[in-house]
Design a protein around this ligand. Structure first.
Ligand code: NDP
Length: 300
C-alpha cells in the first residue's frame, strides 16, 4: 500500500477542539452560548442513534442542545409550527430536521420552512444559490468536511482536476461548488456519464459519493491522486461469522490505496467530519446572527 491514510477521526477531533475554543470565547466575551435544535420525527433506530450522537457532541463542545422528538404521525402543520418557533427563538442558532421523515411529510418543504440563516445542514435553496454564486452560505456538512480534509492534505487546490462522482443536492453538487470555489477544474459525473473510468483517471482529486459499495476500483485512479470516499455502505461479511456485516465505501480501498497518494478510509474518514462540521456550522451561524467575526478555519 502506498497511499497516505487520511485520518478523519483525528481531524474531526481537531475541528471539535476549534469549535469548543470559539464557544468558550463567545461565552466569555459576549455571554452568548450557541444552540443547536435537532428535530426527530418517528422512531427510526438509525436516526435515533444519529440524533443522540449529535446531541452529545453538541454538549461536549459547550453548546446548548435542544432535542425535539415528534411522533411518526405528526401533522405537517404541527411540525411547521415547531420549525417556526425555532426560527424565532434567539437561543437557537442552528436547526436540523433528521431525515428520512415519514412519507406523509416532504423533505423539500421542511427544508424550505427553515430560516436559511439557521439551516446548518446547508440544504435550503437560498444556501445552495448563495454557494453557487460564490457568496457566503451555510454549506452542507459532508462536503464542507471533505473540503477541510483536502485543504489540510494538499494546501492549495488551485488548478487541480477534481472529479466528483455523484450529483445529489446533499453531497455531489455542493462538493463541486466548493471545489470550484477553491479554483479546481471540476467534473461532475453521475449514472449517465460515459467512460467513467477514463473520466476518473484524469482526476488529481476524486470524490466518490455514489452509494454503491466499492464501485471505484484502483485501476480507475491516477497514480498519486487524492481520494475522498464519502460512501457508507453496509455489506455482508461472512468472514466475520454468519449474518455479520461490515462498512465499506464507494471506493475499493485496497486497490485504490495501492495507487493513490492519499485516501480516506471507511469508516474513519469522511464520516466523523460530518457531525464536526455540523457543530462548526452552528458556531458560524451564531457568530453571523450576532454580527461577530466568523471563526477561522471552520467555514468554506
Ligand atoms: P444519492 O443516492 O442521493 O446520490 C447518488 C449519486 O450517485 C447520484 O447522483 C447518482 O447518479 C450517482 N450514481 C449512482 N450510480 C452510479 C453509477 N453507477 N455511476 C456513476 N454515478 C452513479 O446519494 P448521496 O449523495 O446522498 O450519498 C452518496 C453516498 O454517500 C452514500 O453511500 C451515502 O451513504 C454516503 N453519505 C455519507 C455521508 C457521511 O457522513 N460520510 C453523508 C451523506 C451521504 P444519478 O443522479 O444519475 O442517479
Amino acid at each position: 500500500m502506498s497511499a497516505q491514510i487520511i485520518d478523519g477521526r483525528a481531524f474531526a477531533a481537531t475541528v471539535r477542539g476549534k469549535v469548543a475554543g470559539h464557544v468558550a470565547r463567545l461565552k466569555e466575551e459576549h455571554d452568548i452560548t450557541p444552540g443547536l435544535a435537532v428535530v426527530l420525527v418517528g422512531e427510526d433506530p438509525a436516526s435515533q442513534v444519529y440524533v443522540r450522537s449529535k446531541g452529545e457532541q453538541t454538549v461536549e463542545v459547550g453548546m446548548n442542545s435542544y432535542e425535539h422528538k415528534l411522533p411518526a404521525d405528526v401533522s405537517k402543520d404541527e411540525l411547521y409550527a415547531l420549525i417556526d418557533k425555532l426560527n424565532n427563538d434567539p437561543a437557537v442558532h442552528g436547526i436540523l430536521v433528521q431525515f428520512p421523515v415519514p412519507d406523509h411529510l416532504s423533505e423539500t418543504d421542511i427544508v424550505a420552512r427553515i430560516d436559511p440563516s439557521k439551516d446548518v445542514d446547508g440544504l435550503h435553496v437560498v444556501n445552495a444559490g448563495l454557494l453557487a454564486s460564490g457568496q457566503r452560505a451555510m454549506v452542507s456538512c459532508t462536503p464542507l468536511g471533505c473540503l477541510m480534509l483536502l485543504r489540510d492534505q494538499l494546501g492549495s487546490l488551485s488548478g487541480l482536476n477534481a472529479v466528483v462522482v455523484g450529483r445529489s443536492n446533499l453531497v455531489g453538487k455542493p462538493m463541486a461548488q466548493l471545489l470550484l470555489g477553491d479554483s479546481c477544474t471540476v467534473t461532475i459525473a453521475h449514472s449517465r456519464t460515459k467512460d467513467l473510468p477514463d473520466v476518473v483517471k484524469r482526476a488529481d482529486i476524486v470524490i466518490a459519493a455514489v452509494g454503491r459499495p466499492e464501485m471505484v476500483p484502483g485501476d480507475w485512479i491516477k497514480e498519486g491522486a487524492t481520494v475522498i470516499d464519502v460512501g457508507i455502505n453496509r455489506i455482508a461479511a461472512p468472514e466475520k461469522g454468519e449474518g455479520k456485516t461490515r462498512l465499506v465505501g464507494d471506493v475499493h480501498f485496497e486497490s485504490a490505496a495501492a495507487v493513490a497518494g492519499a485516501i480516506t478510509p471507511v469508516p474513519g474518514g469522511v464520516g466523523p467530519m460530518t457531525i464536526a462540521c455540523l457543530l462548526a456550522n452552528t458556531v458560524t451561524a451564531c457568530c453571523r446572527a450576532n454580527g461577530l467575526a466568523e471563526p477561522e478555519g471552520l467555514t468554506a
